[in-house]
Ligand binder design. Structure first.
Ligand code: PMP
Length: 453
């Protein structure tokens, strides 16, 4: 039973006391008050299938009993910061987390958000290389802070202020909208979509463009790092041509920079074939940042790097009041356990494949769906003017999107024109949930087409 403020009251408080730029994706925003695994409930008790919880951090399921239990046990035992004292949970947790990472990625910094993780990664890369310039991909999102306003390249999140110095953006290798087209990496889920025998030829074109930037724009010997996700999330599930990340990494190394993999959205088994998104691309980063799914909704995040890079901190003190608190350790451990016990990575692979196949079937009936893409349970599709790549008008997309919500399915939005539907559910969804979604999407498109006449 909902006992909180009325919907009207929340409207009033929002307009009076919350910042005007708060992210909102519905005309009539939801007032949620309960969650259970892949399901959410609003103040009127209406149930929704949550296909966007993964972006808002829920990886193993809303209020997963094991995670809740671990947190409750810890809350009843000790809350304290751990930077000055030791606590068993953190020691157990970092060992468990590191066992999931390849190579020499052995040192964990526990922090509280993705923004903080990428900020620290920037600092580490600069301190280790002694260089100041950082490159990210066009339209990327890596966090919201004054320092990261330059790393984050997507325009809608950038205020009309000068970007801090030392950030450069390289061309986005987008196979659907990029100027050179191209195949998507690791397209095991989209049959026949990648015809290249080896790396995609367009990957070289985008890598050459990065080379131009490193050669001609960045003062020689000043490159600290390249930041990239393995599938761009906020910008609408953009996958890169096969071979791009591997070659970009090699190039960056040649110029003395580090490669930072932002796994905030793609980590923890979400892409199905691998625990980390970068593993699908055959690259080994120097630094990995992670957040969101790491805590299934609990505010925690991490930066993992090598001992050599972490040594850049030697001689100074690293302090973070809440980073690595005992509750984060307990939650982090429970999340890793659940992913393993419930075989959620495999579920991402199997259910994700089924999902993308069903979406592609629907695309054949509805040409308003212009592109279907993604991997595991990180999927996306674009609404376009049929027969073209022109993004469907935002008001039209809003209508379909709102209708889906009214029929009980919550789905994400993204991309430059907000015409990409993003699917990042809790990793426990099943085939029935996919069937339900596809029938709701089908109905919402039919309703839209009928109303449009
Ligand atoms: N990196 C990526 C790829 C993200 O998607 C986000 C959040 N959308 C962040 C970093 C920042 O995370 P946070 O909101 O926890 O600061």
């Amino acid at each position: 039973q909902y006992t909180g403020p009325s919907y009207q009251k929340t409207e009033h408080v929002k307009s009076e006391h919350l910042p005007p730029a708060v992210y909102n994706i519905y005309q009539r925003p939801l007032l949620l008050h309960q969650g259970r695994m892949q399901w959410l409930y609003d103040h009127e008790g209406k149930q929704y299938l949550d296909l966007f919880g993964g972006i808002v951090t829920v990886s193993v399921g809303h209020c997963h009993p094991k995670v809740v239990g671990a947190l409750q046990d810890q809350i009843n035992t000790l809350w304290h910061c751990t930077n000055i004292y030791r606590h068993p949970k953190i020691y157990e947790y970092v060992e468990q987390l590191v066992s999931k990472l390849p190579g020499d990625l052995k040192v964990v910094y526990l922090v509280n958000s993705g923004t903080e993780a990428n900020d620290l990664a920037t600092l580490l890369a600069k301190a280790y290389t002694g260089n100041l310039d950082v490159v990210s991909l066009q339209s990327s999102y890596h966090g919201y802070s004054s320092a990261l306003m330059g790393l984050t390249a997507t325009q809608s999140y950038r205020m009309k202020l000068p970007v801090p110095p030392g950030f450069y953006h390289t061309m986005l290798p987008d196979p659907y909208r990029g100027i050179w087209g191209g195949c998507r990496d690791s397209l095991s889920q989209v049959p026949g979509a990648c015809a290249c025998p080896g790396d995609c030829v367009t990957a070289d074109k985008y890598v050459n463009q990065l080379n131009e930037l490193l050669e001609n724009s960045i003062p020689k010997g000043r490159l600290a790092a390249l930041f990239a996700e393995s599938i761009q999330g906020v910008n609408g599930t953009v996958q890169f041509p096969k071979g791009y990340l591997k070659k970009a990494h090699q190039l960056v190394k040649k110029y003395g920079g580090l490669y930072v993999a932002d796994e905030v959205q793609t980590g923890f088994g979400r892409t199905g074939d691998a625990f980390w998104g970068f593993q699908n691309h055959g690259v080994l980063p120097d630094i990995v940042t992670m957040a969101k799914g790491i805590g299934n909704g609990f505010p925690m995040a991490a930066v993992v790097t090598t001992k050599e890079i972490a040594a850049a901190h030697a001689g100074t003190t690293y302090f973070n009041t809440f980073g690595g608190n005992p509750m984060a350790g307990a939650v982090g451990q429970a999340v890793l356990d659940v992913i393993e016990e419930e075989e959620l990575q495999n579920n991402c692979k199997v259910t994700g494949k089924y999902f993308i196949e069903q979406l592609m079937q629907l695309q054949k009936i509805h040409p308003v769906i212009g592109d279907v893409r993604g991997k595991g349970l990180m999927l996306g599709f674009e609404f376009v003017v049929p027969g073209t790549k022109e993004p469907l008008a935002v008001t039209d997309v809003n209508a379909i999107h709102e209708d889906m919500k009214d029929m009980g399915v919550l789905i994400g939005r993204g991309g430059r024109w907000s015409n990409v539907m993003r699917i990042k559910p809790p990793m426990c969804i099943n085939r029935q949930d996919v069937d339900f979604t596809v029938s709701v999407l089908d109905q919402a498109i039919k309703n839209y087409l009928r109303n449009k006449k």
